[in-house]
Ligand binder design. Structure first.
Ligand SMILES: Nc1nc2c(ncn2[C@@H]2O[C@H](COP(=O)(O)OP(=O)(O)O)[C@@H](O)[C@H]2O)c(=O)[nH]1
Ligand SMILES: [Mg+2]
Length: 460
């Protein structure tokens, strides 16, 4: 076992709820809880693993009962951390939960750091680093597709894939090393060619994983779409129509929206963060001016711009100056108020803005809103293939470890082509293995581990 001390934390979210869970992990977990838990069936000598005990928590100082709880014990190594774990299901009040954690500390536990339970699972070899990271990915999933991806990683699909690649590399390494050890056999032309082909095959597999990042991260982090237009262009109405909710205030008074309002919708599994903005125009109002500056910065960051025009009003200089501010090519022009007589034609728009994506909607009557969602989906999936069962990566850290591996393998290939001495080829192969090991955590440094686990919440 890696850790000697016992850690404790509230595992449920802060605030009040029906049930709260206090979790302890480490060699003294059972002993600590037995100091303040009384139950007819529970004693540390005969306690059963993975079994629920009903009883009372009492204050060891005055013997007074504090809460009626359920306690479970998960004996090492069959637990989340691979260590002895005890969980107390108490009532979910902040004071009672804090009191219980304080008791565990008084009786010998230490307050857990963020992610320390999962870190212990990793250090005890129960999961690899990609699985540990998948825990956070799963908790943070915003859509079903993101959840599916995270659970594949948690199951160890990515880990297995990386281990297969490692196995292939080890075979090549042992071959190269044999020719160092027995130089009389040498690395002949044929076998160097064979090895090169094998390295090429492995590189291709790694490249496919790297290329899957765009798709993977799309499902994980999604995109940001900013809704822009002049005041009263019906931007807020478009946000509300896409959300199917009255989220933003809609009025006929220009300049209603000043702060950025954002909400995330799920379009076929991709989280799309919509930003409703202040109408863009020359304003002398201090508050509105700040809103307009923020809008301009959001346009620069956006993955997608929804340019909103009022179809019942002529295009004016204000619309034209807004169009000039758009920096991305991912634009959908939304002509709203299709229920009113239209004075803007599709043709006119296409002359001003040379993009194909123009559609008419009526936010008021929800006409064309589904088509707008389809267009958003198409534009973001433009050069992505549909989600398949293949393994996707979605974590920048994984991507850069794979890129480093690939770079080393390219050196290996070049070395084999140039018939360099096997010692030199072996150095690059070793570097490739180290980079691959960073992904699974085999060769990850302590500060990288700290950075990963500090992103977790306490109690996870
Ligand atoms: N006729 C019609 N009016 C609409 C439609 N959508 C919004 N409006 C009206 O247009 C006005 C401005 O809308 P709003 O969304 O607040 O515009 P914003 O300033 O661009 O955010 C409001 O009075 C809405 O009721 C629509 O589809 N048809
Ligand atoms: Mg508005």
């Amino acid at each position: 076992m890696y850790q000697q001390d016992t850690i404790s934390a509230i595992a449920t979210p802060p605030g009040r709820g029906g049930i709260g869970i206090i979790r302890l992990s480490g060699p003294h977990a059972l002993q600590i809880v037995s100091d303040f838990f009384r139950s007819a069936a529970f004693n540390t000598q005969s306690v059963k693993t993975h079994y629920l005990y009903h009883g009372i928590i009492f204050d060891p100082e005055d013997g007074q009962g504090l809460d009626e709880v359920l306690v479970s014990y998960m004996q090492a190594p069959s637990s989340y951390t691979g260590e002895d774990i005890v969980e107390i299901n108490c009532h979910g009040g902040p004071v009672v939960m804090q009191k219980l954690v304080d008791l565990t500390i008084k009786c010998g536990a230490r307050l857990a750091e963020p992610g320390e339970f999962t870190k212990r699972a990793f250090l005890n070899g129960r999961i690899d680093l990609t699985q540990a990271e998948a825990v956070i990915e799963l908790i943070d999933s915003k859509t079903d597709a993101a959840l599916k991806l995270a659970s594949c990683h948690l199951k160890g699909d990515l880990f297995k894939k990386v281990m297969d690649l490692k196995q292939d590399l080890l075979e090549i390494t042992s071959f190269i090393e044999a020719s160092i050890d027995f130089p009389e056999d040498g690395l002949d032309v044929d076998s160097a060619g064979d090895m090169e082909k094998k390295v090429h095959k492995i590189s291709e597999k790694i490249l496919l994983l790297i290329l899957s990042f765009d798709e993977g991260s799309l499902y994980r982090t999604g995109i940001q779409a900013v809704i822009i237009g002049k005041p009263n262009a019906v931007k807020s109405s478009i946000l509300n129509a896409l959300l199917n909710d009255k989220r933003a205030i809609v009025t006929s008074i220009p300049g209603t929206t000043r702060d950025i309002i954002h909400e995330t919708i799920n379009i076929k599994g991709i989280p799309v963060k919509l930003l409703d903005t202040a109408g863009l125009h020359q304003s002398s109002n201090e508050i509105e001016k700040i809103g307009i500056d923020i809008t301009l910065s959001k346009i620069a960051e956006a993955d997608l711009v929804l340019l909103v025009l009022d179809g019942s009003r002529k295009i004016d200089n204000n619309d034209l100056s807004i169009i000039k501010k758009i920096t991305t090519e991912n634009i959908i022009t939304v002509i709203n108020k299709s229920d009113l007589p239209q004075v803007i034609s599709m043709h006119e728009i296409k002359n001003i803005l040379p993009v194909k994506n123009v559609l008419q909607v009526s936010a008021l009557y929800q006409h064309g809103v589904d088509e707008l969602k389809n267009r958003i989906y198409k534009i973001i999936r433009h050069d992505n293939h549909s989600a398949s069962s293949k393994i996707l990566i979605s974590n920048v850290r994984h991507k850069s470890a794979l890129e480093k591996t690939l770079a080393s393998l390219q050196l290996v290939q070049a070395g084999l082509q140039k018939k360099l001495s096997p010692e030199l080829v072996a150095v690059d192969l070793q570097a490739a293995l180290v980079s691959l090991g960073e992904l699974t955590g085999e060769t990850t440094t302590e500060d990288i581990l700290d950075a990963i686990f500090s992103k977790f919440c306490i109690g996870k």
